[in-house]
Design a protein around this ligand. Sequence first.
Ligand code: HEC
Ligand code: HEC
Length: 449
Amino acid sequence: MGHLSSLRGIKALVFLMPLLLLIIVGCNQAQMQAVRVDERVEDTVSAYSKRMIEEGRDTFRHETFGSEAFWGDALKLHEAIAGEKNNGVGRGLSLRAALDAGLKIDVVKVRDGLLQTLKDGTSPAFDDPATTIELLKAGAIVGLKGFFDEKGGLRSIGINCSLCHSTVDNAYALGIGNRLDGWPNRYLDFGRIISLSPNLKVISDRIGADTASVAKTLAGWGPGRFDPRLLNDGKGVGADAKGATLIPSIFGLAGVGLNSYTGMGSLAYWNAYEINTQMRGKGTFFDIRLSEDERFPVSFRTGDWSLRNAPDIVTPKLAALNFFELALPVPTPPIGYFDAAAAERGRAVFEGKATCAKCHVPPLYTEPGWPMHSASSIGADGFIASRSYEGRLYRTTPLKGLFTKMKGGFYHDGRFQDLRSVVDHYNELFHLGLTRQERTDLVEFLRSL
Ligand code: HEC
Ligand code: HEC
C-alpha cells in the first residue's frame, strides 16, 4: 500500500509539475510586469502633470468661461470700450486710458508694425480706442477677451483669471511686456472699468441698490482691488462700505490649507466660487452655507448658492486650473532688493522674539491645519470677515514673494502702507518690545521672502 501511495504521489507530482512551473513562471512574469508598470506609472505621472499644467495655463490665461454673457452681453462693457466711433457708446477706452487703468499688454501678441508705432509714447495711436480694439482682437490685452462679429466689430467681452492675477515685466514699455502669471496686478482699477458700463442696472438690480451708489462704489475701489463678495451679499455698497480687498499673489499656495483672506475653502473651492459667482462663468457651484439669507441675501434670493448652468463649461476645466496654480513657483526678489545680512538677523527675530513664526510657519508661512484668527486678535477690521462664513476670522496670509505686493498696502484691506507699518503694528499689539534695529531687520527679512 505504502509503495502504491508513494507511486501515486510521484505521479501526482509529475502531473502537477507543469502547473507548478506555470505558477512560478507566472509569478515571475507578474513581478516583471509589476516592474514595468511601475516605470510606466512614473512616466505617466510626469506626462499627466505636464499636460495638466499646460492645459491649466491656457485656462488661466485665456478662458472666459462664458463670462461674456455678463460683462459683455448684459453690462455692455464692450460698447464703453469701443466708443461711439466704433459702434459703441461714449468716448471709448483709448490705449492710454486702458494702461492708465492698469490693463497690461502681452507684447508677444502685438504685431510688429503696431509695436513700432507704440515706441513713440506720444503717438496718436495711444489715444484712439481703435488701437484698444485691435489689441483685443490680437488677444494682447491680458485678462480680457473680445468677441467679434463677421464684420470685425466688437460684439462682446469676457474676462479671465489673468486680468487680476497677472502682470507684465514692462520689458517693452510701462504696461507692455511679457506675462508674469500669478503676480497680482496692483495697478488694475477694475472697479473704474466696470463703472464705465452703460448698463450698471444689471448689478444694482441684482444686489438691490441704486445705480448711482453702485457706480460710486465701483469707482471708489481704487487700483489693485476688487470685491469678490459683492454679488453674493451686496454689502460692499453704501456710504462707508469698503468691500474691495487687495488682489493677492497666487503663487506659493501648494501646501496652504485654506484660500482667500477669509479662508472660505480650499483652492479648488475658491476657484469654483470665483469663476461661477463673481466672474459669472457658466458652470456648476454648490455651497449651502451661501443660502443663509441674512449673511448672503443676494445669493439666497438669486439661488446662486446652487448654480446650475447647462451646458456646464467650467467644471471640466477645474482640475487642470488647480494643477497649474499649485505649480506656480514663487519668484525671487531682484538682486540687491534686500540687505542679506540684515535679513538673516531678521529671520532670527521673526522666529524668536517677535513670535511671527507661531502663525507664519516656515516654509509655508501660514499654519498647516486651519489657519484662522479672529480680527481682533491680529488687530484687523472685521467687516470683510463678517461677510464670510465663519464670523470675523482671517486666514494667516502666506508671506512668500511679498516683494510683488509692495503697492497697495498690506492686510486684506491694505490698511498698512508698508512693511514697516505692519511690523510696528505687531510690535504694539503683541507688546513685543522690538528695538529699532530688530524692526529694521525684520522688514529686510520680509523683503527677502
Ligand atoms: C476681477 C479680479 C479677479 C479675477 C478675474 C480673479 N480673481 Fe482671484 N482673487 C481676486 C481677489 C480680490 C481675491 C482676494 C479674495 C478675498 O477677498 O478673500 C482673489 C483671491 C484668489 C485666490 C486666493 C489666494 C490665496 O492667498 O488664498 C486665488 C487662488 C485666486 N484668486 C485665483 C483665481 C483664479 C484661478 C481666477 C480665474 C478663474 C481668479 N482668481 C480670477 C480677484 C480676482
Ligand atoms: C496670531 C497669528 C499671527 C501672528 C503671531 C502674526 N501674524 Fe501676520 N498675519 C496673520 C493674519 C491672520 C494675517 C491676515 C490679516 C489680514 O489680511 O487682514 C496676517 C498678515 C500679515 C502680513 C500681510 C501680508 C499681506 O500680503 O497683506 C504680514 C506682512 C505679516 N502678517 C507679517 C507678520 C509678522 C512680521 C509677524 C510678527 C511680528 C506676524 N505677521 C505675526 C496672523 C499672524
